[in-house]
Design a protein around this ligand. Structure first.
Ligand SMILES: [Zn+2]
Length: 500
């Protein structure tokens, strides 16, 4: 039906109406004709009157609105815009910066079209001669033009799955194509650890001990490891400007290098990182954001135990307990901080017993889940996702065969793509949950108490599992008068479980 390229037009009145050869109406007519000749359709006409032409520094409302539309690629009502017609090009440019901003806006995406009185111009590769009146901005334009060309070149290469230039990524050999077996194995193990509830820090410590350095020769840190695991290159995909590079059918382009993990695994790790922006009970009892567990915790429950001693006003102290050790005990003690440090200083509990008790409660909880949760039912969205993808394919097909209008096509594409990205995310979360559940079922208990260093869950992994199970453990007082450092009463431990 409607196969015309949707564009906008721009016209502006002159400051000096008496000498104005082109009235706004004339400009609009010529713009229409030019567009029509090129097989374009003007979906919106931007017009600035002379008020803005009169003085330097006055903002031209429609010019600015047009730049926004060109940058967005659509009108506020959603109508797609792929270019611009301005026959009176001198009206477009009042200051050198205007043209530059205009070109920047229109070329912010690939495939945009532009025409002036002389006909269509390729603003992506505009040569110096044809830029006539833009002399003032040429040198800066040159730089920008180069940058745009380079960007376009990168993108088209990415769409072919070509190996990007740059540093050798950790995990691959110098050719950036074949795997480095040792490093790739380490990455695979790290991914498994994350999927099993492990922490970045425990992996980093392990890598540091192994002697791994980044390819730039730096020591690994949690942040750099996270960047590595966030990189879709691991599963053969590539991201440009925050978006996975996809082919015409909307499927991620598979790169020409060997992948270390599957896309499902990569997506599951992302889902875990996203979900770990978790929650924690604050000292005031309010649930807030969970700080990343970066410190190397020696004790299982520091930062997790909270003081449950009532204050004078009846509310609970809720300060985090810390670990103290005493010469006369052979075990650690969790104790409330002093008043000066924000606690009440009047509660303590025998650490080894609390650790064992809380571990057992959580292990028991994990073990009872497998029957219901861990044999995670297959993801229910699979057929919906498949159907949505089919719809999108059919829609594209219909559009290519001109069976649907542009406006219907683009609004539908947007809806379907949104739906697909929601479902894909949901699938990744489901996959992450299933994997965690599987590793939970098989061997968490054994590894919790294992004697072998290699096998045993480290403190950070255990703490991650605990944090996943509950928000906090409130330690209530055991009674007045008794020295509580040596006391232990499981009934006085209140676990605040996370929902589900
Ligand atoms: Zn306290």
């Amino acid at each position: 039906m409607d196969d015309l390229v949707p564009v906008v037009s721009y016209q502006r009145a002159s400051a000096d109406k008496a000498r104005d050869e082109h009235t706004v109406t004339d400009q609009r007519k010529v713009n229409q004709m030019t567009a029509g000749r090129l097989g374009w359709r003007i979906v919106h006409a931007f017009t600035d009157n002379d008020k803005s032409a009169a003085k330097e520094g006055v903002i031209r409302d429609d010019f600015e609105a047009m730049l926004r539309v060109l940058r967005a690629g659509r009108l506020p009502d959603g109508t797609r815009v792929q270019g611009c017609v301005v026959v009176a090009e001198d009206r477009l440019v009042r200051r050198a910066g205007d043209y530059e901003r205009f070109v920047d806006a229109i070329t912010s995406s690939d495939g945009r079209v532009f025409a002036d009185a002389r006909g269509p111009k390729d603003l992506y590769s505009e040569d110096v001669e044809s830029m006539g009146l833009m002399g003032a901005v040429l040198s800066r334009m040159e730089v920008k033009k180069m940058r745009r060309r380079v960007t376009r070149w990168h993108r088209s290469r990415a769409e072919d799955g070509v190996i990007p230039n740059g540093y050798r990524p950790f995990g691959w050999r110098d050719d950036r194509r074949m795997l480095d077996p040792v490093q790739a194995t380490a990455i695979r193990k790290a991914v498994q650890a994350i999927l099993a509830g492990g922490s970045l820090n425990s992996i980093v410590r392990n890598w540091q001990e192994t002697g791994f350095l980044t390819t730039r020769g730096n020591a690994w840190e949690a942040q750099t490891l996270k960047q590595l695991l966030r990189n879709p290159r691991l599963c053969g995909w590539r991201k440009i400007n925050g978006e996975i590079v996809k082919d015409a059918d909307g499927k991620p382009v598979q790169g020409q290098w060997e992948a270390i993990i599957t896309p499902q695994e990569w997506e599951a790790v992302q889902a875990i990182f996203d979900a770990r922006r978790g929650k924690q009970v604050g000292s005031n009892g309010v649930i807030g954001n969970l700080p990343t567990d970066f410190r190397d915790h020696t004790y299982l429950l520091t930062g997790i135990l909270r003081c449950g001693r009532p204050k004078d006003d009846g509310t609970l102290c809720m300060a985090k307990l810390r670990v103290t050790s005493h010469r006369d005990c052979d075990h650690h003690v969790y104790a409330c901080r002093s008043k000066a440090q924000g606690g009440c200083g009047r509660l303590a509990r025998r650490g080894d017993m609390v650790d064992v008790f809380v571990s057992e409660v959580v292990l028991a909880k994990l073990e009872e889940q497998p029957l219901e949760a861990a044999q995670v039912e297959p993801w229910t969205g699979a057929s919906e996702l498949e159907e949505t993808e089919t719809q999108l394919r059919e829609l594209r097909d219909h559009w290519h065969k001109k069976k649907v209008s542009n406006s219907l096509f683009f609004s539908e594409v947007e809806r379907l793509e949104g739906e697909i990205s929601r479902l894909t995310k949901e699938r990744a979360q489901h996959e992450a949950a299933a994997r965690r559940a599987r590793s939970t079922v098989t061997d968490i208990r054994r590894r919790w108490y294992s004697d072998t260093d290699d096998d045993r869950l480290d403190m950070a992994q255990k703490r991650a599992l605990l944090r996943e199970a509950f928000h906090a453990v409130i330690v209530h007082p055991v009674g007045q008068g008794r020295g509580s450092r040596g006391t232990f009463d499981p009934d006085k431990l209140e676990l605040i479980w996370r929902e589900n």
